[in-house]
Design a protein around this ligand. Structure first.
Ligand SMILES: [Zn+2]
Length: 67
């Protein structure tokens, strides 16, 4: 047995702090959307996985077109 958690720890590339999941506002096409992303509690750096970013952009576009 190990003590590893399900989520791998993400470390801030700037200051080396462990990232904490928090609500972040993302702005896209003039609209703001609250999303939960890992961010650095020290310097505020937000980690956005590439696949998540692409998926979110697609979801946002579809939501706007449906409006
Ligand atoms: Zn940092």
């Amino acid at each position: 047995m190990t003590t590893e958690t399900a989520e791998p720890a993400l470390i801030c590339g700037k200051c080396g702090c462990a990232l904490e999941t928090g609500k972040v506002e993302v702005e896209y096409l003039g609209n703001r959307f609250p999303v939960e992303l890992p961010r650095c509690p020290s310097c505020g750096l937000v980690f956005v996985p590439e696949d998540l970013a692409l998926g979110k952009m697609l979801d946002v576009e579809q939501a706007l077109e449906d409006k």
